[in-house]
Design a protein around this ligand. Structure first.
Ligand code: NDP
Ligand code: GDP
Length: 327
């Protein structure tokens, strides 16, 4: 007898992580549904990049519209729900705090309500963030024992979602897991994030399409991993016998200066300082100076560890941007 395929719903399917997760689940023979908003011209470039556009079934709804989510849940009754949808850019969250709250906080409440009412046995993954810790750490490192101290409207909205997922787990015995994801990047990372801005900017300079790159605070440090590795952790969390919350990080930290140096060196552009200018408009009212996670719990409990390291990640992104711009 052939077992029925598992069904997964991914919100945020057209972003960075959605296509990587869809590819992983399709390889594991899931039936994959992807939530997209209603657009006149939807942009499938990220799912195209990973070759999954034709294999995902897209369903239209909006994280801010509870009824639309309820209708989708009744239609597909998923076994697993991966909530990747968000207004995910920290910088914009000061300019649009209400929209950010509606999507990142209330949207999660709506999803949890829909699961509880329609398919309470479904497993739920919430994309939480290392930004929850703000500048708090224990000896410089952030693990599950470090108290949260969010420093942006984005992080505050994600704090609500984190605790709501925990609360549904405790109140209703639902399978809800938070991945406390540290920064993760890829060739399809949004272009306003600092890594992709640097790799695209350096490639443009190399090709003579630009002569400078304008950034904010380049002394900040981040624990940058590869999105393709992080979606494996998301899946593993939902396969574990017990729902729990895990830091997902590489355990390595680098400054933006190091990122610049590695990217410009890859293109043999000489000293990056010749090209990089500062504009305070890219600085933030409150900054998180260092995000540096410990993936020990995920390693011990889930057997997860990142495969792509810093230099390989930077090279992958630079090479991809060069190829794209040349084409
Ligand atoms: P992206 O910003 O690339 O993707 C987010 C997706 O959410 C987009 O496809 C967007 O759709 C969708 N979305 C936004 N608003 C709505 C809405 N109202 N209804 C339906 N869909 C909506 O994020 P990433 O893929 O990088 O990140 C995935 C998740 O992980 C996010 O929740 C993010 O906050 C979290 N995270 C990411 C980290 C990272 O370093 N990448 C670190 C920590 C957490 P559209 O295409 O229509 O705009
Ligand atoms: P975040 O960690 O989720 O906020 O990811 P980002 O890639 O947006 O920012 C990482 C760090 O880079 C933050 O400390 C930013 O202040 C810093 N940064 C410096 N210059 C820039 C810039 O031009 N754009 C962005 N997005 N971040 C910048």
């Amino acid at each position: 007898m052939k077992l029925a395929k598992k069904t997964a719903l991914i919100t945020g399917i057209l972003g960075q992580d959605g296509p990587y997760l869809a590819r992983l689940l399709l390889e594991k023979d899931y039936k994959v549904y992807g939530l997209i908003r209603r657009y006149s011209n939807p942009n499938f470039s990220n799912t195209d990049f990973l070759g999954v556009t034709g294999d995902v079934e897209f369903v239209t709804g909006d994280m801010t519209d509870e009824k639309s989510l309820m209708t989708i849940f009744k239609l597909i009754t998923p076994d697993e729900v991966y909530n990747l949808a968000a207004q995910s850019f920290v910088g914009v969250s000061w300019e649009q705090p209400k929209t950010t709250t509606e999507i990142n906080s209330l949207g999660v409440l709506y999803l949890l309500n829909a699961i509880r009412q329609v398919c309470p046995g479904a497993r739920f993954f919430q994309a939480s963030t290392g930004d929850l810790f703000g500048n708090n750490s224990i000896n410089g490192i952030q693990d599950e024992d470090v108290p949260f101290k969010p420093r942006s409207p984005y992080a505050v909205t994600k704090l609500y979602a984190y605790w709501m997922a925990v609360n549904f787990r405790e109140s209703y015995d639902m399978f809800c897991a938070n991945g406390i994801l540290f920064n993760h990047e890829s060739p399809i990372r949004g272009q306003e994030f600092v890594t992709r801005k640097i790799t695209t900017g350096a490639a443009r300079i190399k090709l003579g399409l630009a002569d400078e790159l304008i950034l904010g605070n380049i002394d900040a440090r981040r624990d940058w991993g590869f999105a393709g590795d992080y979606v494996e952790a998301m899946w593993l969390m939902l396969q574990h016998q017990r729902p729990d919350d895990y830091v997902i990080a590489t355990g390595e930290v680098h400054s933006i200066r190091e990122f610049l140096q590695t990217a410009f060196k890859r293109l043999e552009l000489g000293n990056w300082e010749r090209y990089v200018k500062f504009d305070p408009k890219f600085s933030r009212p409150t900054e998180v100076h260092t995000l540096w996670g410990s993936p020990e719990k995920a390693r011990k409990t889930l057997g997860w560890s990142p495969k792509v390291r810093f230099e390989a990640l930077v090279h992958m992104m630079v090479d991809s941007d060069m190829a794209r711009l040349k084409a």
